[in-house]
Design a protein around this ligand. Structure first.
Ligand code: ZN
Ligand code: ZN
Length: 294
């Protein structure tokens, strides 16, 4: 007599939403109970011997159908970490001993990994290492700072991650901070470092408030808006934000600061414009205060 499909679903849910036939069998669920639960839509069969609750996120289902676990950019994005572009396809972490499976609509990116795919999602360290190899240092760095900001990683886990990076890229971890406020800021700090410019971040300027960055003595850089900041230009919140920014800029100007504001589109899609603006200020020495003795 097959067990009630809803019970099978609950067992599957209790093992994290994904369960192997062997685990389910250990809790008394036989093949006929599984078949009935699948027929009733209470669980889905992802691949031979692996079942899941139907509301398991689709990218995780896809990764398991592919034969592995959610990895790389897909894992980082699913964790809510900052990414330059959301994944267009599923990045899968595959154990070296595993086998890539054919499945419907497969456009997956496969990352072979030392880690076994015993969990539906790769560890965050594994995913970040894959991201570094897949998308490069910038994507890695912004996701790393985001993970540190959210305290998804501890100091020992960051140290372990650093040790697994190729030696020439370990400086990225040393340069990362625990308090970056947004991915845009992370990207800006990283790119300016490559120009030999150091920024002080999250600086409190008396009479102005906390600004994103100060370059030299007297240039304020503000990275406006997050990727999801899509207020219509004439909406009240956008107008009041603009007014507040203007008040801040005027207060800063009265103290001898120049403010440069950049937004998401400029920093991510038109970096040469941002770089030219900053380099012109620096070349003219306008970031330095003549009154400060050097
Ligand atoms: Zn696939
Ligand atoms: Zn990838």
């Amino acid at each position: 007599m097959p067990l009630p499909p809803a019970l099978v679903r609950r067992r599957c849910f209790r093992s994290g939403g994904v369960a192997r036939t062997s685990e389910l069998a250990a809790s008394g669920i036989d093949r006929s109970s599984l078949a009935r639960a699948v027929a009733d839509g209470e669980i889905v069969r992802l691949r031979e011997g692996v079942y899941a609750v139907p509301d398991l996120p689709v990218p995780v289902q896809t990764a398991i159908r592919h034969g592995g676990a959610l990895g790389c950019l897909s894992r980082v994005h699913a964790a809510g970490l900052w990414v330059l572009e959301p994944p267009e396809t599923v990045h899968v972490s595959m154990p070296r001993t595993g086998r890539r499976r054919r499945h419907e609509g497969c456009r997956c990116v496969t990352h072979w990994s030392r880690a076994p795919a015993t969990e539906p999602r790769a560890s965050l360290e594994e995913a970040l290492l894959q991201l570094h190899g897949c998308r490069g240092s910038e994507e890695f760095f912004v996701a790393l700072e985001s993970a540190m900001r959210k305290r998804f990683l501890t100091k020992p886990r960051v140290a372990a991650l650093r040790a697994r990076l190729p030696a020439k890229h370990r400086w990225l971890v040393d340069f990362a901070r625990w308090n970056a406020d947004s991915g845009l800021e992370s990207l800006l700090r990283l790119r300016l470092r490559s120009l030999g410019l150091e920024l002080r971040s999250q600086v409190r300027v008396p009479g102005v408030g906390r600004v994103d960055f100060v370059l030299g003595d007297r240039v304020i850089l503000e990275a406006d808006g997050k990727a999801n900041h899509v207020d219509a230009p004439d909406s009240p919140s956008s107008a009041s934000k603009r007014h507040k920014d203007l008040v801040r800029d005027a207060a800063a100007a009265a103290l001898g600061f120049e403010t440069l504001r950049f937004d998401y589109a400029l920093i991510v899609h038109d970096w040469p414009t941002v770089e030219a603006a900053i380099l012109a200020l620096v070349a003219g020495g306008r970031h330095l205060d003549a009154r400060v003795a050097r």
